[in-house]
Design a protein around this ligand. Structure first.
Ligand SMILES: [Zn+2]
Length: 68
């Protein structure tokens, strides 16, 4: 089942994980970073790992230092 699923970004429609005929929606790293940039830095720091990254549901790790 999992091998037949393509994950497509719900925001920009880019393919996050190429798969098969079925489509699931997720978020690509670019859109996730844009989303994180809108959150207060103080909040990001509360959800960040000790190494300063935030792990998304998609499994991508983003460095919050990249946010303003
Ligand atoms: Zn996207």
């Amino acid at each position: 089942m999992i091998g037949n699923v393509s994950v497509v970004c719900a925001w920009c429609s880019s393919v996050v994980t190429p798969g098969g005929e079925y489509v699931s929606h997720g978020i690509c790293p670019e859109c996730a970073l844009n989303f994180l940039k809108k959150l207060p830095r103080e909040y990001l720091e509360t959800i960040a790992e000790p190494d300063g990254t935030v792990t998304l549901l998609s499994g991508h790790k983003l460095d919050i230092a990249a946010a303003p």
